[in-house]
Design a protein around this ligand. Structure first.
Ligand SMILES: [Zn+2]
Length: 434
């Protein structure tokens, strides 16, 4: 089998780690690279000055309303594969320079007066095709949309929050999907009634852009047009809102149309399905006050075991025809009797009932193995507080707390990307599966 990694989908901090480009500081935008438009306002770095992205003859270029100066700066450069490769050669390996010079994935030092934000050579660059991919790491629209909405609601110019009835103060602490609905459906209607047109119109246009980019179908021509409008829109926002409004999330909006051109519709490349899956895993955990990562993965393991058990029965029916002479015909019987049923989900219970019926007529004809197979995995488990494995006695932490000696410490090896790492923990439960 051959597989290819087309891109990754992460929130922005993880994006920075995987890309190997720091999301902090003056060069926080990996797309703009060295040409990221940034300045310091008190203790905050802000990303204003979007005028260089406009056409060279655009009236805003001559306007003194922005910062009292005309702006004839050329457009930010498009950094090609060779440029990036060249930048990466300037990274200095951390530790002993005499060995592992070319190891990817390791932290590197930037030389003094460095003009870029590379922190390491990403592990993905081991893939020979990776550097040629136009879109390697998706900017996640879900998180960007949430951050933009929170910035708008945070009182920058609009004071929208103060327009909300005091009895309904739950406008804050919204989840990502609440922000999605708010941004695309409610905010345009809400601000239209309360704010001055000069302020409400750009926000409504921004909402319209998010709605457009989240559509099921995207046209390249529409995205090119949207990109031009978006740059103009960001310039208008610069005239209305204070510089502190323009954090990196507002700046990243500018790159969304280009990513949509390379990657296609946004709904295929955002984190909603991943977040939903994480919620599903969390639901496996019955004690919400003790949610830890291992619990979630145990939950996933349980889910995988369940799926595998079902498949095991399916597979066994096909393979183990020596258990029962009629086995090889049973798939056809199921399909003939239930033409509209999904075999993957309904076959195991049908098979169980079928064998039970046959056994009720003459049980002696069927082997124990076949009967066990038809009954499927047992749903109950046994829990123990102590067990002996290879001569070593393990005790769960609850019970060990009452003892003077401790036998609940466990160590496990886990594949943490480039290397295998050791993880340590306490034994919380011993479960016997049947
Ligand atoms: Zn940028």
């Amino acid at each position: 089998m051959k597989a290819m990694l087309i891109w990754t989908i992460n929130d922005y901090p993880a994006h920075s780690i995987l890309f190997g480009w720091s999301g902090q500081g003056y060069k926080a935008c990996p797309t703009c690279n060295e040409d990221t438009p940034a300045m310091r306002v008190k203790n905050k770095i802000v990303f204003v000055s979007h005028r260089p992205n406009l056409e060279s003859n655009h009236p805003y270029r001559e306007s003194l309303e922005f910062n009292g100066k005309v702006d004839h700066t050329s457009k930010p450069r498009k950094f090609k594969v060779a440029d990036i490769e060249n930048q990466l050669t300037y990274l200095l390996p951390v530790g002993n320079p005499s060995k592992n010079h070319t190891n990817v994935g390791e932290k590197r030092k930037r030389p003094p007066n460095c003009r870029h934000n590379w922190t390491k050579i990403s592990i993905f660059r081991k893939l020979v095709y990776w550097k040629y991919l136009p879109l390697q790491h998706n900017l996640d629209v879900m998180h960007i949309e949430k951050n933009v909405l929170e910035a708008i609601l945070d009182g920058f110019g609009s004071n929208f929050r103060h327009k909300v009835n005091k009895e309904n103060t739950n406008i804050t602490n919204m989840k990502s999907h609440d922000c999605h609905i708010m941004m695309q459906r409610l905010l345009p209607v809400g601000i239209n009634a309360f704010l001055d047109e000069t302020i409400s119109t750009p926000i409504m246009q921004l909402c319209a852009f998010f709605k457009q980019i989240c559509a099921r179908e995207l046209m390249v021509a529409d995205m090119l047009k949207a990109q031009k409008q978006l740059i103009k829109l960001l310039c208008i926002l610069e005239l209305i809102y204070p510089p502190a409004f323009f954090d990196i999330m507002i700046h990243l909006v500018m790159h969304l149309p280009e990513e949509a051109i390379y990657g296609g519709p946004v709904y295929m490349r955002w984190m909603y399905p991943i977040e939903r899956y994480m919620k599903k895993l969390k639901n496996y955990v019955y004690r919400r006050d003790l949610i830890v990562l291992t619990d979630m993965w145990t939950g996933q393991l349980g889910h995988v075991s369940f799926v595998c058990s079902t498949r095991y029965v399916n597979l066994s029916v096909k393979v183990c025809s020596n258990l029962w002479p009629g086995m090889f015909r049973i798939n056809f019987t199921f399909k003939a009797e239930n033409p509209n049923m999904d075999m993957k989900t309904n076959f195991p219970s049908w098979f169980t009932n079928q064998i039970r019926k046959l056994r009720s007529v003459d049980g002696s004809k069927y082997s124990d193995e076949l009967i066990c197979l038809s009954e499927g995995p047992v749903g109950t488990t046994n829990h123990y507080s102590v067990c002996n494995v290879n001569g070593v006695r393990f005790v769960v932490s609850n019970r060990d707390d009452r003892c003077t000696t401790q036998n609940n410490g466990i160590e496990t090896l886990a594949d943490a990307g480039a290397r295998v790492s050791k993880y340590y923990g306490r034994l919380e439960d011993i479960v016997e599966l049947h």
